[in-house]
Design a protein around this ligand. Structure first.
Ligand code: 6GU
Length: 239
């Protein structure tokens, strides 16, 4: 997958060199190219913003540098058309399903807005998705792009060491994951649940499912409503 990121703060994307996403880049599974929007300004001050029409606080990102940037990036591979993603608190909520969908795309372009946002005509012209990562406001789209790219990159073929772990994730079955433990068997007086040490794989699976169900009911009852539940699941929830 290729991912282009357009921002006025390219340094914000440096963490993508690290860890799992960094290794995916080294292996050639993912090719992230970060671009400074100011490269597509034409005035001496390299201005990217202006006052909002209609008044109000803050500034709005001017359309011309965005259009020039997106035209040049799109023209770099005329055989394909990138999927253009604009992270914004006014977007549709990001979800694991959304990440799975983006992970199937060969080419993504992220447009990181700052200030009060990007002139809406750029969005209308270019954006395939406007995505919010949650109900709070960040200073710009850069951190949201990091979040979305990490969620997508770990779904790319060969990125996770154990491909079973993506299928096991919280949300992939619509529920939160069960708690996990490692050694020592007793730590600060707290013992690892005996079933996990029993060697009974079916019993472990039943325990994990029950834990996932109870935890989800407690923390995210909205998810339980949409999960596919067996009769055994319903019995756990009613207990
Ligand atoms: Cl995608 N951008 C910004 N600036 N704030 C956000 C967000 C995105 N998602 C939640 N808050």
């Amino acid at each position: 997958m290729r991912a282009d990121v357009v921002t006025i703060f390219p340094a914000y994307l440096e963490p993508l060199r690290l860890s799992l996403v960094g290794r995916a880049q080294e292996r050639g599974t993912l090719d992230v190219r970060t671009h400074d929007l100011r490269a597509w300004t034409s005035d001496v001050h390299r201005t990217v913003d202006d006052a909002p029409y209609g008044g109000g606080p803050g500034m709005v990102m001017r359309p011309e540098p965005w259009d020039a940037a997106l035209l040049e990036i799109a023209a770099s591979d005329p055989a394909r058309r990138p999927r253009v993603v604009v992270p914004t608190p006014a977007g549709r909520p990001f979800s694991q399903r959304h990440a799975e969908e983006l992970a199937r795309e060969p080419w993504l372009v992220f447009c990181c807005g700052r200030y009060e946002g990007i002139d809406s005509r750029v969005i209308d012209t270019w954006a395939d998705d406007e995505i919010s990562i949650g109900d709070y406001v960040l200073a710009g789209g850069e951190v949201a792009t990091l979040v979305i790219l990490e969620a997508v990159a770990r779904l790319l073929p060969g990125v996770l060491g154990n491909s079973a772990s993506a299928a096991d994730d919280s949300f992939s079955d619509g529920l939160l994951e069960a708690p996990v433990y490692t050694r020592p068997q007793v730590w600060r007086g707290a013992e690892v649940p005996a079933v996990l040490r029993s060697g009974d794989h079916a019993a472990v699976a039943r325990w994990r499912r029950a834990q996932a169900l109870r935890r989800t009911l407690l923390r995210r009852p909205d998810l339980v409503e949409h999960a596919e539940l067996s009769d055994a699941d319903r019995a756990v929830l009613e207990a």
